[in-house]
Design a protein around this ligand. Sequence first.
Ligand code: URA
Length: 235
Amino acid sequence: MRLDRFLAECGFGTRSDVKKLIKSGRVTVSGETVARPESQVDPNTCEVRVDGKTANYREFVYLMMNKPAGYVSATWDKKLPTVIDLLPREYLHFEPFPVGRLDIDTEGLLLLTNDGALGHKLLSPKKHVTKTYVAEIEKPTGADDIKLFEQGMDLGDFVTLPASLVPLTDTKPYFAEVTICEGKFHQVKRMFEKVDNKVVYLRRIRMKNLSLDDNLKPGEVRELTEAELSDLKEN
Ligand code: URA
């Protein structure tokens, strides 16, 4: 692989940024200064340093975002801003994509990665990956609703798998926690509509065993920790 591409993929800047770095003699490959951007390096065997700092090559990136309202969960949209617009520049060369979709007005946990195999596994309908949401709803929820969510409900085009509904408040504003193991379009909103209620605000707080980091403000992103990633990869 070319040295300039390698450094760009390690997050040292754009191809033209890293070309300048290399030409200015700040880059060593296995101890020798290399000033030609087109020099070849083997990411598995060469030790590349910039100003003495080791460049760590990696193929995949795993990002947790606290998605704000107003952004589409897609890599591109004709008119609207996307969650990719919120990513720090250093992650763009990985070409991450959102794992699943949150509605434009839904907030909370969104995983972005370029690891297609993991994304596919988490989205596979066969895997029944759980997703937990906090919903603000117009009316209080009770035992009847809990039962209907548990039983699964007919939404016309499909019957939901058993879901859990936990009321969080019994006075206005009404909040409830909902856990579903599918990801159909507008599913949580439609489930509340089916029990004659209405979601006024929705935030995802968990996906499988990955919880939204409370320290992330809306629009902020951080990389998953190694522990979070290995838990997420578990079957
Ligand atoms: N269910 C919904 O209705 N909307 C979302 O964004 C996610 C789940």
